[in-house]
Design a protein around this ligand. Structure first.
Ligand SMILES: [Zn+2]
Length: 439
């Protein structure tokens, strides 16, 4: 096995410990000396032997200059939680936050030595269980940090921190092992209560709804307006950002079928939704007609695989059409169309719709599709329609309340003290400018 994942109910944990061995002991030695039920390699360390970025064990801060980042803090173990303030706990471990309090971190913070496709280790929390993850370096289960994030998101982890990886990745989960020769600086050791009940195999109810958003196409695809002013994949990616922000603000969890620079196959896109057990799937596109030049056809239409109109996918499509109509969006004369030819609609387990927001071959639609205000209108109506279908109250929820500070935090996973530092030196402005131009 080149991948091991453990879910340990917090109620069954007697003790969670960081054992610091300063690169002098192997995992087998740690197992023999500690008798821990679960062992996983821990965080990183500097060339001088000091741990980084933050490691606190048994009340002692061991890292030299703690650089604020979200990590896990705990006193005994069962009380572990994602936090940015290491001062609150006897033990604290941070590395690269992949899923923070706001959801997946868009651009996980790590240096180049941690990048690339490597063995990966991670710690997280899902429902009320501690999650430990390990893949073997050089195996087919090696991952980039971003791929690891996508996998942990699809596994439904509520929060996640990537640990040291590559040749450091190794674990012994009650005898199920991934071995490596490296003697790492510190180890995560979990001890179970003696009379612990067997893990309950309960349903995941924590995040009630997961909406899988599918921004169509990807870089390199030619779909766009005849004059080259508009590209469909850029529009789809931008719409994904707008819609996900609105849904997350209403407590609806969203996942995405691709990253900004990727173009997965249609089957892979359906797979992302299926693995995550998504509540519904919404594919984001713009339409084309004619023979490569401008053409008259215009307006919004929504595809589903087939009737009847009482099927959940068609009720979703109807809720969306109603929301677009209410927002004053121009619709096609038959706004809901059935087609069995669209892979993302037929291979997706969840009720699936594909929205063609307008025609990028229409001289009337293109200026609208390029407009930020119009995109906001489309995104709001999309989120409104989805929430209507989910039964999530729209008006009663508080407004998103995103500030520049929380945008930067969400994108980079920075902790509060890091943000204070950035703001003091006005780096946050530069990051925001970079975000604005990158998108
Ligand atoms: Zn398309």
């Amino acid at each position: 096995m080149s991948k091991q994942i453990a879910y340990i109910p917090l109620s069954g944990i007697d003790k969670l410990e960081i054992r610091v061995t300063n690169c002098k002991k192997s995992m087998a030695q740690v197992k023999q000396e500690s008798g821990a039920d679960y062992i996983l390699n821990g965080g990183m360390w500097n060339s001088d032997g000091s741990p980084c970025p933050i490691l606190k064990a048994r009340g002692a801060l061991l890292s030299k200059v703690p650089w604020g980042a979200y990590g896990y803090g705990w006193n005994t173990g069962a009380d572990i939680r994602l936090e940015s303030n290491w001062g609150l706990f006897e033990n604290f471990l941070s590395c690269t936050c992949l899923i923070g309090p706001w959801g997946p971190v868009d651009r996980p913070s790590y240096d180049t030595a941690q990048g690339g496709t490597r063995g990966r280790s991670a710690i997280g929390i899902k429902d009320n269980a501690l999650c430990l993850y390990c893949t073997s370096d050089g195996s087919g289960d090696a991952r980039t940090p971003e791929q690891l994030r996508e996998e942990l998101v699809s596994l439904g982890w509520d929060s996640a921190v990537m640990l040291d990886g590559g040749g450091s990745s190794q674990c012994d989960f009650k005898g199920s092992k991934i071995t490596a020769s490296r003697k790492v600086h510190n180890w995560i050791c979990v001890y179970l209560k003696q009379a612990a009940n067997p893990p309950e195999d309960k349903e995941d109810n924590m995040s009630k709804y997961t909406v899988c958003l599918d921004p169509g196409h990807g870089p390199g695809t030619v779909n766009g307006s005849p004059d080259g002013s508009y590209k469909e994949h850029e529009f789809a990616w931008d719409m994904y950002g707008r819609i996900s922000k609105l849904l997350e603000a209403r407590g609806v969890h969203t996942i995405c079928t691709r990253t900004e620079d990727a173009k997965p196959s249609l089957t892979e896109r359906a797979g992302v939704s299926n693995r995550a057990g998504a509540t519904c799937f919404v594919s984001l596109h713009s339409n084309a007609a004619g023979n490569g030049g401008w053409y008259d056809a215009g307006g919004l239409e929504i595809y589903t695989s087939a009737g009847p109109m009482t099927a959940p996918r068609n009720i979703l499509a109807t809720d969306l059409v109603n929301a677009f109509h209410a927002a004053g969006v121009v619709l096609r004369s038959t706004p809901i169309v059935h087609s069995m030819d669209l892979t993302v609609l037929t291979k997706t387990d969840a009720p699936a719709v594909l929205i063609e927001y307008g025609f990028h071959t229409s001289k009337t639609d293109v200026p609208l599709l390029l407009s930020g205000d119009y995109r906001d209108k489309l995104a709001t109506a999309t989120a409104d329609g989805v929430c209507q279908w989910l039964g999530v109250s729209w008006a009663d929820e508080p407004p998103a309340g995103e500030t520049d500070r929380t945008i930067v935090q969400r994108r980079f996973g920075f902790a509060d003290e890091t943000m204070d530092y950035l703001e003091a030196y006005q780096y946050a402005d530069a990051l925001l400018e970079r975000l604005a131009t990158a998108d």
